[in-house]
Design a protein around this ligand. Structure first.
Ligand code: NAP
Ligand code: ZN
Ligand code: ZN
Length: 348
């Protein structure tokens, strides 16, 4: 029997999100049905809701920072039981056979992975995300939330957490490396904590000094405002790794000027419009310009366990679902400290 759950959906680029119901698929032998308790509002939800990445297929139930409790398991599920605390991030399926899937890097699946929303599931139905009371996901794409992490502050880690953890590990952030985090929002505030826990020397580059106290408390050693006239000249050549989490286009050449020899600027933000750069900015110090997309299931679990072990969590403002449109506007205005999380019991 399919389960019907309450949800909130985006129906056009401009209308407010609206209450709806969705039918979850039958729980198959390897499926887990999750009662969603909290879902984070990622800036990607807003880009999608507003068709900023091309035409969105409406209606769409957004949300890929999902935390909840297992409500039902299929007959062959071996890793989860009813009552377990679990999460779902941006991936809900992939081919499982290509060389990337086999090594646990489903984000590189050569067939294209199935996204939690705005995608077509392997059953041919459109996927629907976590602004809902429940979701059915195959057990291989369900994460275990460690005991030390409360569900509300764990939810944002399912996207923001792995999106910053993966490049920090890939580009070797650790003792002796100097990391700058551009933008202290959802991704940025987790990046600061993870980079500091890995032992890197962390600098926050924010539009203003308004969040300076928070940035230092989260683990940064330094904080600078990109709007101050001398910041770029003063910090020229002083980082090994710059993570750009800004949701809008930035002056790439200006951020490249902050890198030391062999340094890398990693773009994590996915702005609406293309960004360009001058190759001359890379040339003289053998710099790299890169980008990184989320992380695989294995790495997501590793990140959750790392965060629990190091006391890292998202700082959240919990809201009822009726405030989601106001929350979207506040995220776009950089007015969130540091992630909105929807309490899904307010869908009832
Ligand atoms: P967010 O909470 O809105 O944070 C972005 C931060 O960027 C803001 O808090 C603000 O920080 C800064 N910012 C915003 N607008 C700016 C502007 N016009 N100029 C300069 N700085 C600006 O968003 P998020 O959820 O962290 O997501 C950030 C971006 O990453 C989005 O584009 C999202 O789609 C993308 N994303 C990518 C991946 C991936 O896999 N690569 C995964 C998740 C999200 P300050 O106030 O400190 O300046
Ligand atoms: Zn996201
Ligand atoms: Zn694959």
């Amino acid at each position: 029997m399919p389960t019907t759950v309450r949800a909130y959906a985006a129906t056009s680029p401009t209308d407010p999100l609206a209450p709806t119901t969705i039918e979850l698929r039958d729980v198959g032998p390897r499926d887990v049905r999750i009662d969603i308790r909290y879902v984070g509002i990622c800036h990607s939800d807003i880009h999608t809701a507003r068709s900023e990445w091309g035409a969105t297929r409406y209606p769409v139930v957004l949300g890929h920072e999902i935390a909840g409790v297992v409500a039902e398991v299929g007959a062959e599920v071996s890793r989860f039981r009813v009552g377990d605390r679990v999460g779902v991030g941006c991936l809900v399926d992939s081919c499982r056979e290509c060389r990337y899937c086999r090594r646990g890097d489903e984000q590189f699946c050569t067939e294209g992975y199935v996204e939690t929303y705005s995608s077509t599931g392997r059953d041919g139905r459109p996927t629907q995300g976590g602004y809902a009371e429940g979701i059915v996901v195959t057990e291989d794409f369900v994460l275990r939330i460690p005991d030390g992490l409360a569900l509300d502050v764990a939810a944002p880690l399912l996207c923001a957490g792995v999106t910053v953890y993966s490049p920090l590990r890939h580009w070797g952030a650790g003792p002796g490396t100097r990391v700058a985090v551009v933008g202290l929002g959802g991704l940025g505030h987790v990046a600061v904590q993870v980079a500091a826990a890995l032992g890197a020397e962390v600098t926050v580059l924010s539009q203003s000094l308004r969040k300076q106290e928070d940035g230092l408390r989260l683990g940064a050693g330094h904080y600078a405002a990109t709007s101050a006239p001398d910041t770029f000249a003063r910090l020229a050549g002083s980082f090994d790794l710059v993570l750009n989490t800004v949701s809008a286009s930035v002056d790439v050449d200006a951020y490249l000027s902050l890198l030391d020899v062999d340094g890398t600027l990693v773009n994590l933000g996915i702005p609406e419009h293309p960004q360009s750069l001058d190759v001359a900015s890379l040339l003289m110090r053998r710099l790299s310009y890169a980008a990184s997309n989320i992380g695989g299931i294995r790495e997501t679990q590793e990140m959750l366990d790392f965060c629990a072990a190091h006391g890292i969590a998202a700082e959240v403002e919990t809201i009822g679902v009726d405030r989601v449109d106001e929350a979207f506007d506040r995220v776009v205005a950089s007015d969130v400290r540091y992630r909105f999380v929807i309490d899904t019991t307010t869908l009832a």
